[in-house]
Write a protein that binds this ligand. Structure first.
Ligand SMILES: [Zn+2]
Length: 155
């Protein structure tokens, strides 16, 4: 039985973004110490690499990577309504059989399935997603609703 909404993917994406940042920072450590540092300015060159002398550039770099990250995290996120209880969650298609579902408080309050679980004394924390919503997401995927937008950076 496949469960598209089984794993909340946002932490995964976050971890991925972090590991990408780590990869970037890695070059720093492996930079060969071949450049001779003049006595008066010990370590100065490595500081300038962090743009400490150029706050404008540093801000631009920070802004660009934030925008990149933001785009990476939100790209492909689409609202999907549960056809049964009309809770709206955001869904991102990560692969052919893998979708990430983001529940917000409003959606989990509104979801009839969660309400049922609560009413019968169950734990909503153990109920990852609403089966009817999963069904709605499957339909959305089948209809191509969650495909990446055609006017993206790749065409
Ligand atoms: Zn529901």
């Amino acid at each position: 039985m496949s469960q598209p909404g089984d794993r909340p993917a946002v932490p995964d994406v976050d971890r991925l973004a972090r590991s990408m940042l780590l990869l970037h920072g890695d070059q720093h450590d492996h930079d060969p110490p071949s450049r001779t540092v003049s006595n008066g300015e010990s370590g100065h060159w490595s500081k300038s690499r962090d743009f400490t002398n150029d706050p404008q550039r540093a801000a631009a770099v920070r802004e660009a990577s934030l925008a990149d990250r933001e785009r990476y995290l939100t790209e492909g996120l689409q609202p999907v309504d549960c056809r049964f209880c009309h809770a709206t969650v955001t869904v991102k298609k990560l692969g052919p059989a893998h979708t990430a579902v983001q529940w917000n408080t409003d959606a989990s309050q509104r979801c009839a399935h969660f309400a049922e679980v609560r009413a019968s004394g169950g734990e909503t924390a153990r109920t990852r997603t609403c089966p009817r919503l999963t069904d709605s997401i499957t339909h959305a995927v089948a209809e191509g609703y969650l495909e990446p937008t055609p006017h993206g950076p790749y065409g």
